[in-house]
Design a protein. Structure first.
Length: 243
């Protein structure tokens, strides 16, 4: 590439120090978590568990399906769990098709990014296809959409983060992970990546920014409107000596 052209490319890409931007899906790209919480609560109530949608949101959000299954078995003593999980997923996926939307402003942010990017989610690939797959966002990432099913351990283990870096053949220390869950932030930190905590302004859970910072987030963005500033801060951090 001619030097002049290279300079123009660098000038147009203010995030040039970031090798890969990794997005969580639920609660960052798509407004799926309230739907998941309410439909899971509905299925649990059908199995005799007294739980509200808000209680379900606090308890289960951010966990992989395998972890949710284990929590239900351990906490509520439900041993024949397959009918409950099947009922939940049937309702969940139908409701995604009817009501799911992208997080406000996130499509514009993703569309404007010039850096390599991917999705890394604790959700199953089937759930990703039946949620994110309904929206235009899917085409901005495919085929770089990774489920925890691809690795041995879901977040908060670093396995999925390291898998993303390996797929793109980049150094994990040059990657930035955006996640609304402490599990995702912890996974990024364990992988040696910069972590940006993402807070949905409509999230009913209190002090989410504090929770994400406590998990190790280097910056916190409240909504998509603050995300570019957080990415610029991450880019500057990578440019600083000793980063």
């Amino acid at each position: 590439m001619p030097l002049q052209t290279a300079a123009i490319v660098a000038e147009r890409d203010p995030l040039q120090n970031i090798a890969l931007i990794i997005f969580d899906c639920d609660g960052v790209l798509i407004d799926s978590e309230p739907i998941a919480s309410s439909t899971l609560a509905e299925s649990l109530r059908g199995a005799g568990v007294d739980i509200s949608a808000s209680e379900s949101h606090v308890k289960f959000t951010g966990n992989s399906v395998s972890t949710i299954r284990r929590m239900i078995e351990d906490d509520y003593g439900i041993t024949d769990i397959e009918p409950l999980m099947s009922s939940w997923h049937e309702t969940l996926f139908r409701t995604f098709g009817e009501r799911l939307t992208a997080m406000p402003g996130i499509l514009q942010v993703v569309s404007d990014l010039q850096r390599p990017k991917c999705v890394a989610s604790n959700s199953s690939m089937r759930r990703l296809e039946l949620s994110l797959g309904h929206l235009e966002l899917w085409d901005h990432f495919k085929p770089a959409i990774f489920s925890a099913e691809a690795v041995a351990r879901p977040k908060p283990a670093p396995d999925l983060m390291l898998h993303c870096a390996q797929e793109f053949k980049v150094d994990p220390s040059l990657c930035v992970m955006i996640d609304d869950s402490p599990h995702g932030v912890e996974a990024a930190v364990a992988a040696g990546m910069i972590a940006i905590g993402f807070v949905d302004p409509a999230d009913p859970r209190p002090e989410r920014a504090k929770v994400l910072r406590a998990a190790g987030a280097d910056a916190v963005a409240e909504g998509a409107g603050e995300l570019l500033a957080a990415l610029n801060a991450a880019n500057a951090l990578l440019a600083s000596p000793g980063s």
